[in-house]
Design a protein around this ligand. Structure first.
Ligand code: CO
Length: 209
């Protein structure tokens, strides 16, 4: 129970510290949230989405799953995207992958993980579509890094084709779509895709043939 108890103790200390700095910190956020960002990240415990970007409570709407996937059939992620775009009117939607991602490693390993293999199938498709380039990488580390970029790129492409985003773009120029790869070893974000805010820009993300 030691590790669990620590969470509750940390929470009490954090809440006390925040109120000490700003007595209204929690009360002013109680009724409303006005986040500017939706971030879709991997569930990996080493990727602290809010900490690494300095986002405060109320500033970032978050969805996480294994391998930061956006499936066109996943009601979970689509509900989050729709709420963020249509109700919260976020300015930016960010897909955030990361270095040393276990999902991508598993996809390479091609070993059996039960239901997880179904979840990894889109990553495996991305691998097949880019097999020539990935095979040309000089070592396993470079290959994994390239796949993390390609996976993020693919998820931004899928997102850009959803009716939620297409309808939002018809109404105006929000949201902008971005793709990141967070480096666990340095704590730094690599911007793979920036400011896609139209179908024309989304089309440019298509692989060059
Ligand atoms: Co991961």
């Amino acid at each position: 129970m030691k590790h669990y108890r620590k969470l509750i103790e940390n929470n009490a200390e954090w809440a006390r510290d925040m109120v000490a700095q700003d007595p209204d910190f929690f009360t002013k956020r109680e009724q409303v949230q006005t986040p500017h960002h939706l971030i879709i990240g991997c569930s990996d415990s080493r990727v602290p989405l809010e900490l690494m970007t300095g986002a405060m409570p109320g500033e970032m709407f978050v969805h996480r799953n294994i391998g930061n996937q956006v499936w066109e059939t996943d009601m979970n992620v689509l509900s989050v995207v729709q709420f963020a775009v249509d109700v919260l009117d976020v300015e930016h939607v960010i897909i955030c992958g990361h270095s040393n991602c276990g999902a991508l490693k598993s996809a390479f390993a091609d070993s059996a993980h039960g239901v997880l293999d179904h979840w990894l199938s889109d990553i495996r498709s991305t691998m097949r579509w880019n097999q020539h380039e990935l095979d040309g990488c000089t070592n396993g580390e470079t290959r994994l890094h390239r796949l993390s970029q390609l996976n993020v790129l693919q998820q931004v492409r899928i997102l850009s084709r959803t009716p939620i985003i297409l309808d939002a773009w018809k109404r105006g120029r929000r949201p902008m779509l971005h793709g990141w790869v967070y480096d666990i070893g340095s704590g730094l974000i690599e911007q793979v895709v920036q400011a896609v805010d139209s179908t024309e820009k989304a089309m440019e993300l298509l692989p060059k043939t």
